[in-house]
Design a protein around this ligand. Sequence first.
Ligand code: C2E
Ligand code: MG
Ligand code: MG
Length: 640
Amino acid sequence: MEMTIGLTLSSFPFWVLQRPLPELAGLILLLYLYVAYQRLHRLRQNELFRIISENAADMIALVEVTGKRLYNSPAYEKVLGYSSKELAATGSLEQVHPEDRERVIEAAKQASLTGVGKHIEYRMRHRDGSWLVLESTASAIRNRRGQVTHLVIVNRDVTKRKRMEEQLEHEAFHDALTGLPNRSLFLDRLQRAMDHAKRHPEFKFAVLFVDIQGLKIFSETMGHAVVDQLIFDISNRLKARLRHDDTISRSTPTGGSGRPIGDEILARMDGDRFTLLLESIKTPSDPMRVAMRVQESLAAPFTANGVDAFTSASIGIALSSPSYQEPAEMLRDADIAMCRAKAQGMSGCEVFDTHMHALVVRRLKLETELRKAIEREEFRVFYQPIIRLATGQIAGVEALVRWWHNESEFVGPADFIEVAEETGLIVPIGRWVFKEACRQAHAWHLLFNTDPLLTTTINVSPRQFAQSNLFADVKSALDETKVAPWSLLLEITETMAMSDPKMTTRIFSQLKDIGVRLSIDDFGTGHSSLSRLRSFPVDVLKIDRSFIRGIEHDVESREIARLIVTLAHHLDLKVIAEGIETPGQHAYVEQFGCEFGQGYLYSPPVDHAALQKLLASASRDSDEPAVNAGPRTQDVNRRN
Ligand code: C2E
Ligand code: MG
Ligand code: MG
């Protein structure tokens, strides 16, 4: 390397010229020594530069301000693969990524003008054609007149660090399983679309919420790895289908961020739920058509462990509207529409509309009021007699919750149990019902002392069953109220019992261990596996009302009812027929050998005082209280 830095004029000792001759000789010697020292010093500096640049891992270059290369340290060859000769034959910008050149030129200009180098990052091509990311700072070298003539550029290879940063960023905004954008990235894109729509009111977009059905059975039988594979395959099929979708007519203006607006973005929210953002739609039917394509694309089965997996999708659509303030609001509405679609059956599609909005508002109000109802103790337990069909006497009661709402009416569970279930409020409500029913049962046992004891049936909701500590709640109610455990019959619907048979067996066994009896409610409406039913330690099956309703006129209902009784007896279970409204229905179930009946024919659910009257009047006649099969004994809406 050859680098010369001129002896500066200001450093020449001019005073020597004014001295006498002998002195001058001495001075010349001194001057000679001075120059020799300066040279040596310069040589040292050059040597130092050489040693540093040749041994540094960073690439150090000396270029003229015109861009001409004067020197490239050996690190260039190690990092970028070019020999010094190859580099010398090319301009300093030649290997720089075309998109970054302008920035590099600008940074060099800045360094030339100000003498202070800016810190920049740019891409440079490796000799093998790949791109490396370099972090670079330029320092200026001035001539004697103070002008910048050269730049010393120090480049560091930060490719690995950059890739790692990019990877981390990617992971933060993408779903690990499918590689699709995740919820955060989706909401970000949705926000951009909303911002764009504010500036361009003609710009319309839609959010599709896609819920895939049919995977649950695979997670139960084949485990999570298989379901993950299925979700991966589904996402790939959806991606491919959307790429080739020419059903929507879109314009492609450019969004503020530079990203073209007019795209669709498929994201995975969680589990088997995906979302889709459709930008620049022309009509509301565009997202509907896309929804249909999504559903069609799932028509062919997937394969999991050699087994065909049939899936379907419920899709909710929310259309852009200036009334949306936050992306989450639009996503929520698409979700609500999806739930409606799901409720309407497989492969449904619903668009969120004002009616749905009204329903949501009403629901939210109900939710708030339900919360207050717990604090204000507005719940009451009504009791409906369960009759021993052979004798017509009351063998037990079913505890049914009522809500004394707005001080005007009793609201039946049909109008609030679902909301209570979804919000989790059912847990405290159920706990209260349970304790109240146990307290009342014990009081009636003391009062009437029948043999066998009056049975109290209490309903348990799915949430109570799966999430709360049901066993602990039951135990604490038994301890507190001192009611005999065997006089209690806990009722769990068939669908609930079969949804997680392992959990059902575990909880049932715990409850049986403390002496509580168990019943399967609404039997015949779910999908029971007989072997599973056999393994549950239950005591009673309750035939669903829908079969009793048709028993007189519909052969199928009648045969199903008969079959359920036979099946139950085979499994050594007792049967309660619910919803008996006519003497004809009563006659049929009695003929089938059903032991117990419940329905308006005997009595609707009534408050505790009315039921106590029934028990009292019956106990006057016999050991076990009887109820007359006849008209309703009391209006269900009477206040407790
Ligand atoms: P379920 O357990 O099947 O209760 C029977 C329902 O049928 C009761 O409705 C009862 O009033 C009604 N019913 C009885 N006999 C007849 C009849 O002859 N004809 C007709 N059409 N209906 C009859 P209710 O009280 O409205 O309760 C509805 C559902 O709400 C119950 O169905 C049960 O699943 C749930 N539920 C009620 N109380 C509670 C509770 O305290 N906790 C929980 N988790 N669920 C409850
Ligand atoms: Mg029930
Ligand atoms: Mg029922």
